[in-house]
Write a protein of this length. Structure first.
Length: 455
């Protein structure tokens, strides 16, 4: 059946992206809060945070998957005015959260009992069992519940509420870190607890804003269709599972790169330089990651309205701004700051030399990665999770190792530092995967446009 209603004046993708850019940049800045505070306690506390990262990564992967599935399903249903489906997806996700949360509660308990058997020094494992157990177990009561209100506000195109939820969470964490550590002297326990309570603050705000949006939606219930989804769990999980696996596959690239660098000449300097390069790339690309988050509800709602032209217009806008941001801000800033930044962050002259070369390639890395990041949520907004998983598998499992190795071999042959060849090889992987993914999306949107016209 053809879509007959008029297109709603929803915000542009740029307007939706702006609050998320603020939120993501703040989040990147606050990422170091726990580590900075732990450093005042000692190396054991810093090590405990590092040992907890794989468990946090697992939580984030599952959270991202559930959020992707629910946000896409809600946005498409709201765009198509299918209120019954909205209610179905919300109920289904509550069930999925109730299943996922106890798993991480048990995982937190397992850390407490297993940590002493890891062969760690006593002060390290004691800090790890406290921090890991509190953070992972406590997140079962906070982190996963935020999937639902966060997805609801994004489906309503209200990314400003997402921004404020993040701000409340970050500021609360910072204040409580200070109080628990320097006033109550709770040590590593206080650092973990402040993170948990900080998430409660963000969750409370998101729940409030989600309730406001849902009351308004229910007041307009007579305008919504009564059609139901016969398989609501399948609709959510068909996007959630690929998104979680895609996020997890990114870790495979890091493992491959670390193995290659460890075998290089001057490995210590190369590891330090690549670490500096990677952190700066991730910081520089944060605004584009934020835009990709906004693209999911934006794309899904326009698919629900059969508005392919509006979706293409939004893609052109965000693509143009990404290029301007990279060439106009990241490029000049990095080019002039690279030597100073490298000397500041690197310990030895050789690692600083490596880092200077690598940092000047940050704008290239940003441009090469941007299309890959922006295309995936559009497919997910169309209800298609497999293209993102397929391209991630090709990029991280098929292309990374041979292309990076070829870069190392070529650099060695030319008498250049091996790290330079590795980074250039990774840039080639980014260009190839982004180009192929963009072409795939172009063909998919063309086919979808023809399908809507035929209806």
């Amino acid at each position: 059946m053809a879509q007959s209603n008029t297109i709603q004046p929803y915000p542009s993708v740029l307007r939706m992206s702006a609050p998320l850019v603020v939120s993501f940049v703040m989040r990147a800045a606050f990422t170091f809060v726990d580590t900075i505070y732990a450093a005042t306690i000692g190396d054991a506390a810093v090590g405990a945070i590092g040992l907890s990262l794989p468990f946090e990564f697992l939580m984030i992967a599952l959270w991202v998957g559930l959020s992707t599935g629910l946000t896409s399903c809600l946005s498409r249903s709201m765009g198509a005015r299918e209120g019954r489906k909205v209610e179905q997806y919300l109920r289904a996700t509550w069930v999925l959260v109730l299943i996922a949360a106890p798993f991480f509660l048990l995982l937190g308990a397992a850390i407490w009992f297993v940590a002493p058997r890891g062969g760690l020094d006593e002060d390290v494992y004691q800090s790890f069992r406290i921090y890991g157990s509190v953070l992972i177990g406590g997140s079962a009561f906070t982190m996963f519940w935020s999937v639902i209100p966060d997805s609801v506000v994004k489906a309503h195109q209200d990314t400003k509420s997402t921004m404020w939820a993040g701000i409340w969470s970050n500021v609360t964490n910072l204040v409580l870190n200070t109080v628990f550590l320097f006033v109550f002297h709770w040590g590593i326990f206080g650092i973990a607890l402040s993170t948990i309570i900080g998430r409660v603050a963000g969750l409370a705000y998101a729940l409030h804003r989600a309730a406001v949006h849902e009351r308004r939606r229910r007041n307009e219930a007579e305008e919504y269709g009564l059609e139901e989804d016969p398989r609501p769990y399948r609709s959510i999980l068909s996007l959630a599972v690929p998104a979680s696996l895609t996020f997890t596959l990114m870790a495979a690239e890091t493992a491959v790169i670390n193995a290659l660098i460890a075998a290089m000449d001057n490995a210590t300097a190369a590891i330090a330089a690549y670490s500096i390069y990677y952190r700066v790339v991730m910081f520089a690309i944060n605004p584009i990651i934020a835009a990709s988050v906004a693209l999911l509800p934006f794309s899904a709602k326009r698919m629900g309205e059969h508005d392919v032209a509006g979706l293409k217009r939004g893609l052109r806008e965000i693509g143009f701004v990404s290029v301007v941001y990279t060439l106009g801000i990241v490029g000049p800033a990095i080019y002039f700051a690279a030597p100073t930044l490298a000397r500041w962050l690197a310990e030895t002259p050789l690692s600083a030399e490596y880092a200077t070369f690598a940092l000047r390639l940050v704008p290239v890395a940003t441009l090469a990665t941007a299309p890959f990041l922006l295309v995936r949520p559009v497919f997910e907004g169309m209800g298609r999770g497999r293209p993102g998983l397929a391209m991630a598998s090709i990029r991280y499992l098929v292309l990374t190792l041979p292309t990076a190795w070829a870069g190392v071999w070529l650099a060695t042959t030319m008498g250049e530092p091996q790290l330079y060849g590795l980074i250039v090889g990774l840039l080639v992987v980014g260009v190839i995967s982004s180009g192929a993914f963009s072409l795939w999306l172009y063909l998919a949107l063309y086919a979808k446009e023809k399908e809507f016209v035929a209806e």
